[in-house]
Design a protein around this ligand. Structure first.
Ligand code: HEM
Length: 467
């Protein structure tokens, strides 16, 4: 059956009276690039203060229309989504790793795949995946355990990716995957993802020019493919009854066409899930821990919630709803530092937003980072305050004032999965350890593919008595 949300957009035409948006003033040829490279996000905040919610960023050779109001997000991601596609160098580069996987595909192929994949993330499926997830979290937490036992401080930003990678591998391929396989795939993926973004900058170069790192990128993709195709072949040979994602995707049939996914499409979707779902979750959890250790009262309240809900037993799916503060802490970290800090699109036809003309071919960006700090929608926006997400305080807020997972037809398919994972990782960590900051260590924002830190998030962990 067709998902009603998937095709809900209607085209809007630009009115003749629309005017061009105000533009940032920059240097000849390079525009405001030097400012952006220096302090990208502060620059975007101050440009909004100066020019308003919608303005054009002059990048020298190219331009980007910055959209900073929930109303704009509503227009581009929902009401007129059909007029905005995922195009340009960055998406070409991403396709070199994930092929026709869901995040990069468009049109009929995207719709067919989305129809098949979306139901696999519904509540009953998540319930079935919860045990695999908790097992992976416990296995992945070995590094935290070792540091606590040795009394060594640990950089959570380095440790958390081991957990989130294990979670995605186990839930995707089942717990049968060995540690060696997980490490091999994990290492290659990490390299390929980092290279891919550099790849966007190198797109213009002919392939015979030996771009730095390209050979290793190609070797990494080959290694990922060998493993993933082998997992697929094994599972086709022995389907079994496991609840992991691969088993489910292998059995999925498109209700309209009766077709199943090919091995290549399965590979593309599996690699897409890694790309979309592993660093995003780990980096936002690192921020959540950064704020938790800076705020001992909040941490105490969270420990009390976790102890009341779980004691020292392993959480199950029914416990997830008993951890609202864990959810709010994770959401507040996603508000202040959304890993996908802007959502790029290209206009297909002329359009109009808030009375401004958006010409066909214009690159637009929904600036989640700025929108999440919009003073009309968030009180004292720079403050870490999970209480904003209680139903009482969230009442009346624009539904698109908080969009870490995007919105509309391309909204993150793994949203509920990621939120559950965040809650469970925080709960499991606080069940086992008392967590505090390491004096003298400072965490600063480092803008990369996602919003990472420079300096890491250093923690001191103490095993809790009896745990
Ligand atoms: C905190 C964690 C996560 C964040 C912040 C996040 C963020 C996002 C955002 C903003 C988009 C939309 C991009 C756009 O509209 O251009 C997206 C799409 C997507 N995400 Fe996530 N994501 C997270 C976790 C996950 C996980 C765990 C999975 C899979 C298990 C996943 C799978 C996907 C896929 C497949 C898409 C493409 C959907 C489509 O285009 O139809 N994500 N994500």
């Amino acid at each position: 059956m067709m998902q009603p949300d998937l095709l809900s957009s209607r085209p809007v035409r630009a009115a003749a009276s629309a005017v061009s948006p105000p533009t940032t003033r920059g240097f000849p040829l390079v525009g405001v690039l030097p400012h952006l490279l220096k302090d990208r996000l502060d620059y975007l905040l101050s440009a909004r203060d100066e020019l308003g919610d919608l303005y054009t960023i002059d990048l020298g050779l190219t331009r980007l229309v910055a959209l900073n109001h929930p109303r704009h997000a509503q227009h581009v991601l929902r009401d007129n989504a059909r007029n905005y596609r995922k195009g340009g160098a960055i998406w070409e580069s991403i396709r070199s790793l994930i092929g026709n996987g869901l995040p990069a595909s468009e049109g009929d192929l995207w719709l067919r795949q989305r129809r098949m994949i979306q139901p696999e993330f519904h509540r009953d499926r998540l319930a079935a995946m919860c045990d695999l997830m908790v097992q992976a979290i416990d296995d992945g937490m070995a590094g935290f355990g070792a540091a606590a036992a040795a009394g060594r401080p640990v950089n959570a930003e380095r440790e958390l990716p081991h957990i989130t990678m294990k979670v995605i591998l186990n839930t995707m391929f089942g717990s049968g995957i060995t540690k060696e396989e997980a490490d091999a795939v994990g290492g290659s993926l990490q390299y390929a993802i980092d290279y891919m973004l550099l790849g966007a900058a190198l797109q213009g170069l002919p392939r015979w020019i030996p771009a730095p790192g390209r050979r290793r990128f190609e070797r990494s993709v080959k290694m990922i493919d060998e493993h993933v195709f082998r997992f697929i072949a094994q599972r086709r040979a022995h389907p079994g009854r496991s609840g992991d994602l691969l088993a489910i995707l292998l059995a999925t049939v498109d209700a309209e066409t009766g077709e199943q996914m090919t091995n290549q499409q399965l590979r593309d979707e599996a690699v897409s899930m890694f790309l979309a779902g592993y660093e995003t979750t780990s980096v936002s959890l690192a921020w959540a821990l950064h704020f938790l250790v800076a705020n001992p009262e909040l941490q105490q309240a969270l420990v009390a919630e976790v102890d009341a809900a779980l004691g020292d037993r392993r959480p199950g799916f029914a416990d997830v709803s008993k951890l609202p503060l864990a959810l709010a802490v994770f959401q507040e970290a996603l508000r202040l530092y959304p890993p996908a800090y802007w959502i790029p699109r290209t206009a297909i036809e002329d359009d109009e937003i808030d009375g401004f003309r958006i010409p066909a071919g214009a690159m637009v960006g929904v600036m989640s980072y700025v929108l999440h700090r919009h003073p009309d929608h968030w009180e004292t926006p720079a403050r870490f305050d999970p209480g904003r997400f209680t139903p009482e305080r969230a009442r009346g807020r624009h539904p698109l004032a908080f969009i870490p997972f995007g919105s509309g037809q391309r909204q993150c398919v793994g949203k509920e999965f990621a939120l559950m994972e965040g809650q469970l990782i925080l709960a499991r960590l606080l069940q086992r350890f008392r967590v505090s900051a390491v004096p003298g260590r400072t965490t600063r924002l480092h803008v990369a593919t996602t919003l990472r830190t420079s300096g890491g998030v250093w923690l001191r962990l103490e095993p809790r008595p009896g745990r």
